[in-house]
Design a protein around this ligand. Sequence first.
Ligand SMILES: *[C@@H]1O[C@H](CO)[C@@H](O)[C@H](O)[C@H]1NC(C)=O
Ligand SMILES: *[C@@H]1O[C@H](CO)[C@@H](O)[C@H](O)[C@H]1NC(C)=O
Length: 204
Amino acid sequence: MVQSTAWLLGALLGLIWVLPVSMTPTTAQCTSLRTLESKLICRRRYMKHNFPINYTIRVHYEEVLRLSNVTRLRVRVEEEKDLQDVWLLINQEVLKRLLRVLPERHPSYKYTADLEDLFRKVQQLFPPPSDERETPELIEEIYNRVKDPNSKGWRFVTPKSLLDNCYRTMHCLFKDCFPSQDGEQDYCSFSYWRKGRKRQLQDT
Ligand SMILES: *[C@@H]1O[C@H](CO)[C@@H](O)[C@H](O)[C@H]1NC(C)=O
Ligand SMILES: *[C@@H]1O[C@H](CO)[C@@H](O)[C@H](O)[C@H]1NC(C)=O
């Protein structure tokens, strides 16, 4: 009995391992993104209330990935997966930047570190770009500029707005993972978030 349970568990774990290889959004990917979403919901407390008024941090231009960026990039790349990869990379960089300005005892430190962990888990479920296809030049350029320590394009942004961007573009890029009871939602349109603002404020 114990043995067969162990076997079953092994088989299940094996299945979970195999799932992410497929290219369509998997249940495992959506589950990890939804865990991330539930953490991001309380960003107002950790990224606004715990900071001085109008506090900003310095980030690369490319680290400000808004809905408008996604719309603009989308017409220039062939695969949605490229944009999803960009989203993963940029937001991980953003979290690193936030952690760099937070002392370990800051009330937002643990929250930010937890987010970073969750991102790592999401990343593990997304296969790395395949060797068969070259990364589009446009995407390559974004990667290079984000990684360039001597970049001259800096902007000052509030931590909360960085995570708002993260939250909204996540819904836009992985909309299948966030079905809504009111039917199809246009998460990629700015007006959706303007309308939803009141509701979101109540949640946080
Ligand atoms: C914060 O920024 C807003 C909008 O730019 C401005 O109206 C307000 O005076 C600023 N508050 C402080 C304390 O600097
Ligand atoms: C997003 O758009 C802004 C300009 O609105 C630009 O500075 C930034 O580099 C863009 N980000 C990406 C990742 O393309």
